[in-house]
Design a protein around this ligand. Sequence first.
Ligand SMILES: Nc1nc2c(ncn2[C@@H]2O[C@H](COP(=O)(O)OP(=O)(O)O)[C@@H](O)[C@H]2O)c(=O)[nH]1
Ligand SMILES: [Mg+2]
Length: 351
Amino acid sequence: MLTCGMVGLPLSGKTTLFSLLTGYIPPEGKTSAIAMADVPDSRVDFLEKMYKPRKTVYGQIQVTDLAGLSEGTGKTAAFLDSIRPAHALIHVIRAFAGTFPHPLGTIDPLRDFNIVNHELLLADMALVETRLDRIKTASKIKGSAKEQLPVLEKCLQHLLEEKPMSMLQLGEDERQLLQGLVFFTDKPQLLVVNLSEEDVGKNPAWLSTLEALSNEKGWRLLALSAKIEGEISQLTPEEQSVFMKELNISEPGTALVAREAYALLGLISFFTVGSDEVRAWALKNGGTALDAARTIHSDLARGFIRADVMSYQDLKELGSETAVKEKGLAQLVGKDYVVRDGDIVHIRFNV
Ligand SMILES: Nc1nc2c(ncn2[C@@H]2O[C@H](COP(=O)(O)OP(=O)(O)O)[C@@H](O)[C@H]2O)c(=O)[nH]1
Ligand SMILES: [Mg+2]
């Protein structure tokens, strides 16, 4: 299961956003929470109208909230452990004034961005140093440890220059030697700037600076107000569209966050359709028809024969499965077929 971990200074709005994404409100003081978030998709909405199924299921991602008490107080490493297994980070940055004072006294998104990334760097450094110490203090350095030593030294040097692990060029064999070491600065980030209500729909100048920084690292940035998102989530769909028009936004920010996070994890969607269920399934980009079958059920993979595939776009444009088939746009594919985002897949199997 691919997971996004929430990260950010205390009182930045992590848990608020986590709850909006997942619908789960963690009990106060819990160390960390894990829940699934729906990934809104207008294609699923369209297919639902077309098939009128009994049940509709969106794609999902797993999200881990970070415990919120002592981050940034020197006890970071232990807190960060809960998000170490995450494949990508949702980094929440506070830009709202709010009633609770900022732990550092002032609102300064750029400073907070740097602090959190520095904490992640320190945590990685500590990881490398611990491993190096262990190898060096062992009574006898064993074969694999001896090989690991120069790679670890290389990592440490790189981190000491304040550079993230994602920027370190390593050979395949070197990567192999680092297996089992999970680095925070190797994880891609989605920056979510938690704006003041009055800044929503506007583009404050400082936001461009942060955006440039994130682009530099190949990351993505979104700006929203968790408070307003909370209000939107309480409205009926009709009220929502009126409210969002007033705010000059086209879609709830949480929907964008879920979709960006999905992409950051390298996931695409394929669909299964029918009168029983319309469903989006998350698949690692590059996955095959056999992987798709396995995603649905291990029986489908075991007894896989072939798969019927048509694209969502073709179905939408032509209006029915029959029309797509008549145009010769439906395909019968084997297990090695590489699934594309938006494929509608029907697995033929025999067990
Ligand atoms: N005004 C305002 N308050 C917010 C916003 N997001 C979160 N808060 C409040 O800030 C406090 C801390 O939020 P929380 O989500 O617990 O932050 P965490 O420590 O990062 O998990 C709570 O009282 C929230 O209600 C926001 O966008 N605007
Ligand atoms: Mg929290």
